[in-house]
Design a protein around this ligand. Sequence first.
Ligand SMILES: *Cc1c(COP(=O)(O)O)cnc(C)c1O
Length: 419
Amino acid sequence: MNVEGSVYLKFIMSTLTTSTIQGVSFESMAATFGTPLYVYDASIMERQVHALRQAFETIRIKYAAKALTNLSVLRFIRQMGVGVDVVSLQEAQLALLAGFRPADILFTPNCVSFEEIVEGVELGLTINLDNLPVLEKFGAKYRSSVPCVLRINPDILAGGNLKISTGHSHSKFGISIHQSDQIRSLVSRYGINLCGLHIHTGSELADLDVFMKMADILFSLAREFTTVKFLDFGGGLKVAYRPDESVTDVAELGRRLSAAFRDFSRKEGRELELWMEPGKYLVSEAGFLLVRTNVIKKTPKVTFVGVDSGLNHLIRPMMYDAYHAIENLSNPQGDLQPYTVVGNVCETDTFAAERPLPEVREGDLLLIRNAGAYGYSMASNYNSRFRPAEVLVINGEAKLIRTRDTLDHLLAGQVDIFK
Ligand SMILES: *Cc1c(COP(=O)(O)O)cnc(C)c1O
C-alpha cells in the first residue's frame, strides 16, 4: 500500500469506528461484563423493522428466530408487533415464553418427524409443510380442520453462497414447483385447507428479480388455491457486511411487491397478505462481538492477532467465508498494518486474513461487526470453552440478557457413571 492509500484507508477506518452505542461505550461494557461479549443495539432492530414497514403498503413481519433466540431479544421484537418464524419446537417454546401468541408463530421445520408436526398443531402454531409425504399425512389426519402452509421450492438458484441457498432444484427445502400436480391431487383428495404459500430461497438476495420470480410462482398457485390468504416470501434480505457492499433495496422491493399485490387483488377480487421472515435484516447489524487481544504473534510471513474468542462463538467466517468488519477500539488512530485475526480454539479459526487494522497491541479491544445474526445462536462449547455473555443496549442502558457460561453449563446433563 502506498502512503496516500494508507492515509486514505486510515481516514475511512476512523470514520467507521464506533466507540459507543446509545451513549454507552464499548469499553465500559467490556469492563463491566468482561470479554468476549455479544452486544446488541435495540435501536438498530427498531430501525430495521421501521424501514420494512415504510417500504411496503402492508406487511406482516415474522422474525426468523434462529438468527438470534435470546428471550429478551424475542420479547423486544414481539413488543414491536412483529410475529415470529421458528424452525423447531424448541424455538417455538422460546417464542411462547417470550409472549408470542401461538397464532403469531409460523412453524417451518424441515425433514422432521410427523410427531413433531402434530405437536406443533397441538401448540396452536401455524404449520408450514415442506414435503409431500408430510402433506399426505397431514391431510389424512386433519382434512380441512387445521389450516396449513406449503413451502414451495421454486427451482431458483439465488443467494450469497451455495450453503445458504435453499431454493434451487438440488436443495432439500420445500416441495418442488415441478410437483404441483401432486400438491393438487393431495389437496383435493383430503380437502386440505391451504391458508398460505411460502418460499424461502436462501440468504442474501440482492437481486429483486428473484423476489419477483417468486411472486409470479406464488401468485399463480394462489389463483388456483382460493383458500390461500397470505404469501410468505421468506427471509434473505441482504445487509452490508463490507462498507461498500450491495444490499437488498428494500424500498424498491416494497414498491414492486406492493404493486404486484394490488394488481393481484384487482384482477382476482381478493386480497392477499404479504408476509416476510427476515432474520439477518432485523438483527445482523444490531450485533457486535467484543473481543480482547491476548497476543500479537509475528511469524516470518504473517502477523497474527490472537483474541479471546473463536469459531466457537462466531462461526460464520469459517463456515461461510463470511467477511466481518473489525475495528480496533483501543487504538483507532494507529498506523494501518495487515493482521490475521484468529481465535484461541484448537482449530483454524480465522476471523479475518491479512486485514488492514490500526496497530493492534496486546490487550486491545476489538469490535467485530454484523454479529447479531447467526452469531450467538450458532455458538458452541467446542474446546469446552464458555459461550460469551450477551448484553442488550436499550433506552441508553446496557442490560445483561445472558450470563457467560460457567462450568455448570458444561456439566449440565452429564452422567458421570464412574464417579
Ligand atoms: C433462516 C430462515 C429465514 C431467515 O433468513 P435470513 O437470511 O436470516 O433473513 C427465513 N425463513 C426461513 C424458513 C429460514 O429457514
